[in-house]
Write a protein of this length. Structure first.
Length: 394
């Protein structure tokens, strides 16, 4: 063997090792598989394949054990399935995305833009083809039940073998079966929809509702339900569960009648972050933590009287507005690393699930204050940041 051949062989081996190190980790297998209990879960939504994703580097610094994509994971918006595949390929080639998937198992549901068309539902003619592209992109196992039924809804179980504590993660499909929402005849470019009380209309579809009831009757200590659209917020005319109030009431009744304890919702879609709580008769408070967007922004945050502390988190250049509490601990250190003046540390959206017998750590949010036009900041005497904001007209 010549020196040139040896050198080429070494180079090929090095390239093979490098590529192998960046291969995506396999996602958890859905139910009936049972996985070891995890405690650090990051999640987000709304990421265009055309822009950088620096927030994913911050996500990796927090060392999550699972990342949940909640929809609009790419911006496809096409009926050309070849073009949709090309847009997925562009996301797959992004270095930040490659690094995340190589280090952290990822699971996903979709929203309208990766489904294929803005605000689309069951009427979208290419939903079956789009589903195949979606499942291939997210490395869904060949024998997964997702491949044998309509829609992409699924669930996962994580169990501590010693304590038998169970975490259940449920990902809903809010696109495949959803009837067209009721359009606002006086709408212009925003707030397009009205609450629709037509009892014939559905958001999840009968089959998915039946499946969800079965899931909620399964024993679990904590249940995280991922919905691509918001559930617990105040109606504002954008796409959400509030446009289907009978379906929203059905969700509340289902949680109550199945006695499903520990339900927490996570959602995306709106390009800002907030924590909302729905207090409905006959059910414990339902919290909905919205994380959006990973590299998408929105100029105005809608009013929401169900928002905790009335404090929204608006995306501003891949960061979020800082909460009054500046002391979220970093997983690698006792306290956060110091930040430059007027530029708070960036933090990913992350759930910390406490071990048995300990109180849950609070939910943290990635935060910053740069370029936040719709909120006025004032410093009080103890130097914590306070925020005031007007209610924009609808």
């Amino acid at each position: 063997m010549t020196r040139l051949q040896i050198t080429s062989l070494v180079a090929l081996c090095a390239l093979s090792v490098s590529l192998s190190a960046q291969d995506p980790l396999p996602p958890p297998r859905p139910v009936p598989a049972d996985h070891p209990l995890i405690s650090r879960i990051a999640f987000g939504s709304c990421s265009t394949q055309n822009d950088p994703l620096p927030i994913l580097k911050t996500v990796l610094e927090w060392e999550p054990e699972l990342f949940i994509y909640l929809g609009d994971n790419i911006y496809g918006d096409t009926r050309d399935m070849q073009l949709l595949q090309q847009k997925y390929d562009r996301m797959a080639a992004k270095k930040e995305f490659i690094s995340l998937r190589a280090a952290v198992p990822t699971i996903a549901t979709w929203d309208d833009h990766d489904y294929g068309e803005n605000d689309a539902g069951r009427e979208f003619p290419f939903k079956a083809e789009s589903k195949e592209i979606f499942l291939k992109f997210w490395n869904e196992p060949a024998d997964s039940v997702r491949r044998s039924r309509e829609g992409i809804y699924t669930s996962y179980r994580f169990t501590d073998p010693t304590t038998r504590k169970v975490l259940q993660i449920i990902l809903l499909d809010t696109r495949t079966f959803r009837d067209p929402p009721l359009r606002n005849p006086f709408s212009s470019w925003k707030n397009d929809y009205l609450p629709d009380t037509n009892p014939e209309k559905t958001l999840l579809g009968e089959t998915q509702w039946t499946w969800l009831e079965q899931q909620l009757r399964e024993p679990a200590d904590l249940r995280i339900i991922g919905s691509s659209i918001q559930l617990a917020h105040e109606y504002n005319g954008w796409e959400s569960w509030t446009n289907f109030p009978l379906e929203l009431m059905k969700m509340v009744r289902l949680i109550s009648t199945t006695r499903a304890n520990g339900v927490v919702f996570i959602s995306g879609d709106v390009h800002w972050g907030e924590l909302s709580v729905l207090k409905a008769p006959g059910c414990y408070p339902l919290y909905d933590l919205t994380a959006s967007g990973l590299n998408r922004d929105w100029e105005n945050v809608e009013p929401n009287r169900r928002r905790l502390q009335r404090l929204p988190f608006r995306n501003a250049g891949n960061r979020m507005v800082r909460t009054p509490d500046h002391s979220v601990p970093h997983p690698r250190h006792d306290r956060p690393s110091p930040s430059p003046p007027n530029r708070p540390a960036v933090r990913p959206v992350l759930l910390k699930i406490a071990p048995t017998g300990k109180r849950p750590r609070r939910i943290s949010q990635r935060l910053s204050a740069r370029d936040f036009r719709s909120v006025r900041f004032q410093e009080n005497r103890n130097s914590s940041t306070t925020v005031s904001s007007g209610r924009p007209s609808l």
